[in-house]
Design a protein around this ligand. Structure first.
Ligand SMILES: Nc1ncnc2c1ncn2[C@@H]1O[C@H](COP(=O)(O)OP(=O)(O)OP(=O)(O)O)[C@@H](O)[C@H]1O
Ligand SMILES: [Mg+2]
Length: 404
């Protein structure tokens, strides 16, 4: 169960492949924390519209917003803490980053209006991830929250997120920047490419990353930005500190499907090598396997050959409709699906350290997009419907430097 994990950490980062339930899990963990007495905040990325509106963040904002007390009370649970939520807006976050670090209003305006910047802030690979972590940084520095739950963007292999700070740092590396601000580069692409293979390579990369090929804009951008690079570099160090702190835990959310689990395996390996090991695993949307009665199903599990047995059981239970064959076949199909998932999850677990807690959450009959339905996940994640049930839940002691 994840109860202790949430109790012992200040920052929980939900990671995983696209569409597996990261946003939902992040929201439900923060809600649990709030019910347990924590001052919780969830930073969501692209939540389903209904989830956003039930968290009271239908519009993007610059700051986390407190979820209204009566909304929290609508869960029917005693509320001992508070919950805030924020939806991350990439573009806005970049602009704020520039505004914070720009040495003067004039430079700020020059950067914000630059076409290359507009592309970079909207489409540079890794920029979404970087801004999510940047926002995490801000929340960590504020003393307003003692549980910070970060949702992460869907990424192809769910990894870009953690490599983003490095990638941006490489990108902003001053050695590279110097190439751009060298005056001769303003002569144009052809001259620059001829000058040096490295420069040509960098420009190609830049073009690929941004789709912008106007060299003058790029050069101007870097000239305007050059004073800000030190601040950015210092920032990535802080970010590393937070991601590797003992008070930060990563929760991998995954589905039980083969392809998703393969990605999850790769991901968990990679996280280990980045020295950010998993703190917990959530198998979400799992089909529940019936514990088959050995008297009825001698193999201990339901197999394709059992359709007749199921049919007989249905008739014995008084169910005699025209769809009986279909019902029996459907039940067997479901059980085969559930068995396959159970085997795959077992294999996945075998590769994890035994200390890593894992939980399974069933595939509910409807989407999870309001506070009440979020609480449906609590018994599966935490082993109790209320934080007050069972082990006491209290916030971890604040460290002097939360990301130290
Ligand atoms: N256990 C569950 N049972 C039923 N529906 C679920 C469950 N968990 C999540 N969902 C639904 O699945 C959909 C996807 O969930 P969610 O948005 O949390 O995924 P995600 O990993 O954040 O996706 P993305 O990678 O696109 O950001 C949502 O509509 C959510 O309500
Ligand atoms: Mg999401």
């Amino acid at each position: 169960m994840l109860k202790d994990l949430v109790r012992r950490h200040r920052v929980i980062v939900c990671v995983g492949s696209g569409g597996v339930g990261k946003t939902t899990t992040a929201a439900t963990i923060a809600l649990w924390g709030a019910l347990a007495g924590r001052r919780a905040v969830v930073l969501t990325i692209d939540p389903a519209r209904r989830l956003a509106s039930s968290l009271g963040i239908a519009e993007l904002g610059d700051e986390p917003r407190q979820v209204a007390a009566d909304l929290l009370a609508s869960t029917g649970k005693p509320v001992r803490g508070s919950l805030a939520a924020m939806m991350l807006d990439q573009k806005n976050a970049w602009d704020r980053l520039v505004a914070r670090h720009a040495p003067s209003a004039e430079v700020r305006e020059r950067i914000l209006r630059n076409r290359f910047y507009l592309h970079l802030s909207q489409s540079f690979a890794g920029s979404h991830e970087y801004m999510a972590i940047e926002q995490l940084c801000l929340l960590c520095e504020s003393a307003d929250y003692d549980l910070i739950v970060l949702d992460t963007p869907p990424t192809k292999r769910a990894l870009d997120f953690f490599e983003a700070p490095e990638r941006i740092r490489d990108f902003l590396d001053r050695k590279i920047v110097r190439w751009f601000v060298m005056p001769y580069l303003s002569q144009g692409w052809a001259a620059a490419k001829a000058m040096n293979r490295t420069v040509g390579f960098l420009f190609r990369k830049l073009e690929e990353a941004t789709g912008v090929s106007a060299l003058a804009e790029v050069t101007d951008f870097f000239a305007a930005m050059s004073g800000m690079f030190d601040a950015f570099t210092a920032r990535t160090d802080v970010i590393h500190g937070i991601l590797r702190a003992a008070t930060t835990a990563f929760v991998l959310v995954t589905g039980p499907e083969e392809q998703v689990l393969t990605e999850a395996e790769f991901f968990s390996e990679r996280m280990r090598s980045l020295r950010m090991p998993l703190g917990g695993v959530v198998f979400n949307r799992v089909h529940e396997e019936l514990s088959a009665d050995p008297a009825a199903f001698p193999g201990g599990t339901v197999t394709r050959l059992d359709e007749e047995t199921v049919r007989t059981a249905l008739v014995a239970a008084g169910i005699t409709c025209e769809h009986l064959d279909w019902l029996a076949a459907n039940f067997v199909d479901y059980q085969l699906l559930a068995r396959g998932e159970a085997i795959r999850m077992e294999q996945f677990r075998a590769g994890l350290s035994r200390r890593v807690p894992f939980v399974t959450v069933p595939n509910f009959d409807s989407d999870v997009h309001d506070l009440v339905s979020l609480t449906r996940m609590h018994p599966y994640l935490f082993g109790a419907a209320n934080p007050a049930d069972g082990v006491e839940s209290r916030p971890p002691r604040r460290r002097r430097r939360p990301h130290g």
